[in-house]
Design a protein around this ligand. Structure first.
Ligand code: FUB
Length: 372
């Protein structure tokens, strides 16, 4: 039943119910909601900046997004994450409405000795969203928020690209998908915002732009049908034009209206960070970050990603394996369910309904010695 050799596959066959445990993998943070994950590599570690969904303490937002602060997380193996705590809060940014709970999708980049944390929020004066910056000397903070938002940007979901020549660009969504060059100070625009050309019709938000080789990838959540897919376009310069290339990830088969992602290379492998409402099946505004591997075709186009519960990372085959985070499952004869539907954070159980039902769990390390 078990194969030996490194990074192989475990196949669990059973006629019983297996208890879940609290270890790996998707979603990656298992004690709080973690939406809109932006992953960045700093000092050989991977950092995840994300927005912080909470069940709303105020009546107006009971059925909507509710986010009052940001935490940052770091990891060296994509499996074990350290929560560095709150880095920016709605109560400590001078221009933000401190009761609005509007701290939506953020980003963070490093330039000239500083870490620049970009975030959208509802301002004290005026409606809609503005984008602000908080500056720190370490990726985990502390970050000092600027007194005012960036002049010239109204909208959400900022993303910053630093090009190979050191020029920086900021992208956001607000009355269309926009982009502009940043000044060297990283907190003011060096050019008038432009509309990003070459994208398909339909609702779009959450731009994430990265460069691979000499190609610029403009990636974004896009409603092609009912809910958000993840899609992309490619181009030869940072502000376009871009050519639409298709989907990175399909819309969710189960109900979660949003998806929001980032794409990063770490130790020679590319990963996509995204989110799903794993711990909140009945309310899709409480989401959790996931990670899967992503790869490219020889012509630079992206191989579409099938989201998994298994996620990433190598599991030691001699430890307990959490098969409810499977790579594949026998259709109809096995399923997973919450251990406690009243508190989904307690985890999952695997239900094998018939003899011969199976769960496949990829990427395990059996070590160098033969195993039984
Ligand atoms: O998290 C709030 C909003 O939902 C984000 O800003 C959007 O991209 C969507 O994920």
């Amino acid at each position: 039943m078990f194969k030996s050799g490194k990074k192989a596959v475990v196949l669990a066959l059973a006629g019983m119910m297996a208890q879940g445990s609290m270890s790996a993998q998707n979603p990656v943070i298992r004690n709080q909601f973690t939406a809109d994950p932006t992953a960045r590599v700093f000092n050989n570690k991977i950092y995840m900046y994300r927005s912080h969904d909470i069940p709303s303490p105020i009546e107006e937002l009971k059925e909507w997004f509710c986010m009052g602060d940001y935490h940052v997380f770091s990891s060296e193996n994509l499996t074990d994450w350290t929560d560095h705590g709150v880095i920016v809060s709605q109560t400590t940014v001078p221009w933000v409405n401190s009761k609005s709970y509007t701290m939506w999708a953020p980003d963070c980049v490093y330039k000239n000795g500083n870490y620049y944390f970009y975030f959208p929020a509802g301002p004290k004066d005026g409606k809609g969203f503005r984008v602000g910056v908080a500056i720190g000397q370490n990726p985990e903070g502390p970050f000092m928020p600027m007194r005012t938002p960036i002049e010239g940007i109204s909208g959400i979901d900022p993303c910053v690209l630093i090009d190979d020549d050191g020029s920086s660009y900021i992208y956001w969504s607000g009355m269309g998908m926009k982009g502009a060059k940043l000044n060297d100070d990283m907190v003011s625009l060096a050019s008038e915002p432009v509309n990003i050309e070459g994208l398909p019709e339909g609702f779009k938000e959450g731009p994430f732009v990265f460069k691979r080789g000499d190609k610029y990838y403009y990636t974004f959540p896009w409603v092609q049908d009912k809910t958000e897919t993840l899609a992309y376009a490619m181009g030869d310069s940072p502000l376009g034009p871009f050519e639409f290339k298709g989907l990175i990830m399909e819309q969710w088969p189960s109900q979660c209206w949003t998806n929001h992602h980032s794409i990063v290379e770490y130790n020679g492998q590319w990963y996509i960070f995204y989110h799903h409402n794993d711990y909140s099946p009945k309310f899709d505004k409480n989401r959790s970050a996931r990670i899967d591997s992503i790869s490219f075709n020889p012509d630079g186009t992206i191989v579409q990603v099938k989201p998994t519960l298994r996620g990433v990372g190598i599991t030691d085959a001699r430890t307990r394996i959490q098969v409810d985070r499977y790579s594949d499952i026998s259709p109809r004869t096995a399923s997973i369910d919450y251990l406690n539907p009243d508190n989904c954070f307690e985890g999952w159980k695997t239900i094998f309904k018939k003899r011969g039902a199976w769960v496949r769990y990829n990427t395990v390390d059996f070590g160098d010695k033969p195993v039984a």
